[in-house]
Unconditional design. Sequence first.
Lengths: 244, 329
Amino acid sequence: MRAIDRGILVLFPAVLLLRLGLTDDHLLFVKASMGRWLLLSGAVLLLLAISQFRVGLRERNETHLAVGAASGHEHDAHGHGQGWISYLLVLPVLAVFVVPLAPLGSYAIASQSARQLPEPADTDYPPPPEPTDGAIDLTLTEFTYRVDYDDDRQIEGQLVRLTGFVADPDANGFLLTRFALSCCAADGLPVQVRVEGVTSPEDAWVTVIGTWEPAEADSGGEPPLPLLGAMSISRIDQPREPYE
Amino acid sequence: MGGRRVTTARDRIGRGWAPAEYVLWACLALIAARGLITGFVDGPAIQTWFTMFISISLQAMPFLVMGVVLSGFVAAYVRPGAIARLLPSRPGVAVPVAGMAGLALPGCECGSVPVAGRLVANGVPPAAALTFLLAAPAINPIVLISTAVAFPGMPEMVGARFAASLLAAVVVGWIWVRIGRDEWVERALRQPSPAGSRWDVFTSTATHDLLHAGGYLVVGALAAATLQVVVPASVLEIVGGSGVASVLVMAMLAFLLSICSEADAFVAAGLTQFSLTSRLVFLVVGPMVDVKLVAMQTGVFGASMSRRFGPLTLVVATCSAVVVGALLL
């Protein structure tokens, strides 16, 4: 494989990293903290690609002079047949430019839902944050943890505001859902809260304001999904960071 | 200066297009035509597949880049044989030392494969390099810390992960000392010795390793994304609990999901219907052998290595986790 081929192939993942790292789109796939690493590694690959193009220029110039020992030959030792796998590096970056980019939605819930939120380290919950605009903003994860583990039941009777997308809508309500990431979207855990009193189309992003409706004393087994009695619902645009 | 000696191959340099240029133009054409393609790829299953594929590829890339930078550094600035001299000369002793050295390389398993390949090329005995390859993703500080965070109040989980992973890595290394043959890792040994200045060696090595491991990483990402979309979670719910079935399910799950080792602890913490020992199996097997790794190992070491190494590692890692789990958990 000649240097210009290598340069172009290295450019593919470089563009992938920079295209997603420089915009908010990487938030659809990985956690926000990865952003700077995407940029750094993208820059490194860009430098490698440039280095290969320079070698390629050198190879081109040298062919018109004596052919010496240097360029080119070092790669004859490789079976050329194996080089084609490297061309697969084009696939992720091609996907990013051709396919509409979207976060995980209701379809992915089925393949991801065998897990549950792990037990928290500390079940001593401080009082919930102050309400803004009349309701306390909580993530679905925080809400679920407080419902399941806060023995003081500090959010009981309080208006809370939750944001997520709609799954399993029916006449009475739906499952408000958001994926929580450990590493990247491929391991997203769907965190769900049952909302009743309003409904909305599947996969729509909504903000719901309501109060927690505690379940009856559970008869053992897994606790049911937390229940939110909704007072109001509004459609929103897909958030910049769709995951929790 | 000699005379002109222009062969047909050299004739093409500077004239005509590189094969990669064709691919580039094809990409640009597809991108320009994306409006036509969108209709075919907006079903929910395909969308989910693309999201998973892109996210696995994207998450792994920075670690792969780090690994090839390190491997390029070794090729350019570390004299051949220098690392091997740091290890005990008897392979049986070098293996555990190499295993402990895994503490020093933070990051996901994607980075350790090119580094291990470069160590072999540098003269480290293959068994020690392979032990390092297995240990580094599993026992480095970042992974141990994330395990501690994911299993709060259960330090025995961190200890068990460390012990079982190190044990598995060392056992595989010892087995390889016994029965491993150099021709199986031939592709790594056969690395061409690059010529030129140190900078040239660094860039050409890093590029070469990136292209090899990166292509196979994409293969692994394609497979893992497909498995994620196609296999519903309900399959798991049937087999929860403890016992032989759940251990095998956890080992298979770790193999198929190919989750990076910094984050698999959180995934394991969420699999609450499985016993701690089964989840330890998940944590020990995952960083050592999965779809992504087997693909990358094939790229760096060759198929005759990976088809022996993969099953061996799977069996040893599973058994090691079961034994350590029974003792500590």
